[in-house]
Design a protein around this ligand. Structure first.
Ligand code: SAM
Length: 442
C-alpha cells in the first residue's frame, strides 16, 4: 500500500463498500460484548471485521458455513453463530480451541446453576484441593494463598463428571467452568498482566488479585453472558473445532464441507510466542491436553507459523539466495536480514522465509475446500525483522494470487481501543495498521 488514501473515521458499523487502499480509523467499544471478553488472547482481532465480512458476503442468508483457519480465541466463530451460521475453527493451539468452544456453545442454564451452586459451596467449605501443577517454580509465579485457593477450585472442577454425570451437557459446563478458571490465572499470579510474555517484573511491582473474589465475580459475568448467548443462538447450528496446522492437509477434517466464507487473522512474523504467553494458565489447565509442563509446552512451539524458537540445526544449511520465494522484493528482504544482522540474521532470515513458505502451503490447502466465487478475508500487519521492513500483506497477496485467489479489495484500519493495543516496543516488528485483504476464490 504505497499511497494510502485519507483516513475515514468509523463510529458504528464498518460500511459495506470501502474504497481500495483506504484507511479506516475504527472507534470500537464492543470488544467484550457477548462472549468475546471471556478470555484474554494475544492479537485478537476486533469483532467488527468478521461482522463486516459476514454481512457483506452472506447477505442475510442463514446457515452458511464460515471457516477460520487460524481461529485463536474464536472471534470469527462467535460472530458467525450470532449471525446464524455454521462455523469451523482450526488452530494448532489447544487452549485457543477450548476458549473458542466455550464462547460458542449454548448451555443448559438450569444445570449450570446447580453445578455452580455446588462449586461455590465447595470453594467456601475450605476443603483442601488435591490438584497441584507439575511445576517446580510454581511458588515464584503464585503466592501460597493463591496456590491453595486455585487448587481447591481446580480439584472441584475435576469432580464434576462424577458428581453430575458423564454426558455432553455436563461436559460443556465443565469446559465452561475451566475456561472461567483459566481466565483468572494471569491476574492472580505474580506475572505482569499486560505483557505478551509471561514474566514477573521486578520494576513494576504487581499486587495480584484475590482468587476467590475474582473467580466468583468472573463466574457471575460468564453466567450472565452465556445465558444471553444461549437464548440468542439457534440450537441447530453446527460448530467444529479442529486441532491441526492449517499448512498441512485439512482433507480429513474438511472433507464434505462446503465453505461459504473464510475469515481469519494469521500470526505475524516472529511476533508472538503463543505458548509462552499462556504459560501460567497452562500450569493449571494444560494437563487436559498434555501441555502442563514447560518441557511439554516447548516441544509444541515449532508447530506455530512465525515461531522463532527452532533449534539451530533447522536453519544451519539455509541460505536466502539458494531458496527463492519468487517474489523479488521478498527475496531481497530475506537476503538483507541475512547480511546485515550479524547476531541473529541467519535465524531471522530463515524464520521469515519459513513464514512465507508456510503461508504458501496454507493457501494451497485452503483453496481446495473453498467454493468458487467465495471470499477469504484476511487481516494481517506488516512487520520489521532485524530492522528490515517486510510488506507482509503485499507478499501474501502475491502468494494468494498464485494459489487460486484473486485480490478484489484491500484496505487498512487503525484501532483506537486500548484493550486491543499491540505494543511490542519495536522488537519483532511494528504493527501500526492492520491490513484487510479480500480474496475471491477463482
Ligand atoms: C492472530 S492469532 C488469531 C486471533 C483470532 N483472530 C482472535 O480474534 O482470537 C493467530 C492464531 O494462529 C494460530 N496458529 C499458528 N500457527 C498455526 C498453524 N500452523 N495452523 C493453524 N493455526 C496456527 C495461533 O495459535 C493463533 O491462535
Amino acid at each position: 500500500m504505497s499511497k494510502p488514501l485519507a483516513t475515514m473515521y468509523v463510529k458504528g458499523a464498518i460500511p459495506e463498500d470501502i474504497e481500495r487502499k483506504s484507511i479506516l480509523n475504527i472507534s470500537t467499544r464492543n470488544v467484550t460484548t457477548q462472549t468475546h471478553g471471556f478470555h484474554k488472547y494475544p492479537a485478537k482481532f476486533i469483532p467488527d471485521i468478521p461482522r463486516w465480512a459476514i454481512e457483506k458476503y452472506l447477505n442475510g442468508e442463514k446457515e452458511q458455513t464460515i471457516l477460520d483457519p487460524f481461529c485463536g480465541s474464536g472471534t470469527t466463530l462467535v460472530e458467525g453463530v450470532l449471525a446464524g451460521h455454521n462455523v469451523i475453527g482450526v488452530d494448532v493451539d489447544p487452549l485457543s480451541l477450548w476458549i473458542s468452544k466455550v464462547k460458542t456453545t449454548r448451555l443448559d442454564m438450569d444445570r449450570l446453576i446447580d453445578i455452580s451452586d455446588w462449586l461455590i459451596k465447595g470453594i467456601r467449605s475450605g476443603k483442601k484441593g488435591r490438584f497441584m501443577p507439575e511445576c517446580e517454580t510454581i511458588r515464584c509465579w503464585f503466592s501460597p494463598d493463591a496456590i491453595v485457593k486455585l487448587s481447591i477450585i481446580r480439584s472441584l472442577i475435576n469432580e464434576i463428571p462424577d458428581k453430575f454425570g458423564k454426558n455432553r451437557k455436563t461436559k460443556d459446563i465443565q469446559d465452561f467452568l475451566m475456561i472461567c478458571f483459566s481466565s483468572i490465572i494471569r491476574r492472580v499470579s505474580n506475572a505482569d498482566n499486560e505483557s505478551q510474555k509471561t514474566y514477573v517484573s521486578h520494576t513494576k511491582i504487581k499486587k495480584p488479585e484475590e482468587v476467590n473474589n475474582l473467580f466468583l465475580s468472573r463466574l457471575e459475568m460468564f453466567t450472565r453472558k452465556i445465558s444471553d448467548f444461549s437464548e440468542l443462538v439457534n440450537s441447530k447450528l453446527r460448530r467444529k473445532y479442529v486441532r491441526s496446522s492449517s499448512t498441512t492437509s485439512l482433507k480429513k477434517f474438511l472433507e464434505g464441507e462446503k465453505i461459504d466464507l473464510a475469515i481469519t487473522s494469521p500470526p505475524y512474523i516472529k511476533a508472538i510466542d503463543y505458548i509462552y504467553n499462556q504459560m501460567v494458565e497452562l500450569f493449571w489447565v494444560g494437563d487436559w491436553f498434555d501441555m502442563q509442563t514447560q518441557k511439554k509446552q516447548n516441544s509444541q512451539k515449532e508447530k506455530y507459523i512465525g515461531d522463532k524458537n527452532m533449534g539451530k540445526s533447522k536453519f544451519v544449511d539455509y541460505r536466502p539466495h539458494e531458496n527463492s520465494l519468487h517474489i523479488n522484493k521478498l527475496d531481497e528482504n530475506l537476503q538483507q536480514v541475512f547480511d546485515t544482522d550479524q547476531k541473529n540474521g541467519h535465524r531471522h532470515s530463515y524464520v521469515a522465509f519459513k513464514y512465507f513458505s508456510d503461508m504458501e502451503k496454507h493457501f494451497c490447502q485452503i483453496k481446495r475446500h473453498m467454493q468458487k466465487g467465495s471470499h477469504y478475508v484476511m487481516v494481517i500487519g506488516d512487520s520489521s525483522v532485524s530492522g528490515v521492513y517486510f510488506e507482509t500483506a503485499d507478499f501474501l497477496m502475491q502468494i494468494a494470487q498464485r494459489n487460486g485467489f484473486t485480490n478484489v479489495n484491500q484496505w487498512g484500519y487503525k484501532i483506537k481501543n486500548r484493550y486491543m493495543r499491540f505494543d511490542r516496543k519495536g522488537r519483532g516488528g511494528i504493527i501500526k495498521i492492520d491490513r484487510v485483504l479480500d480474496f475471491e476464490k477463482k
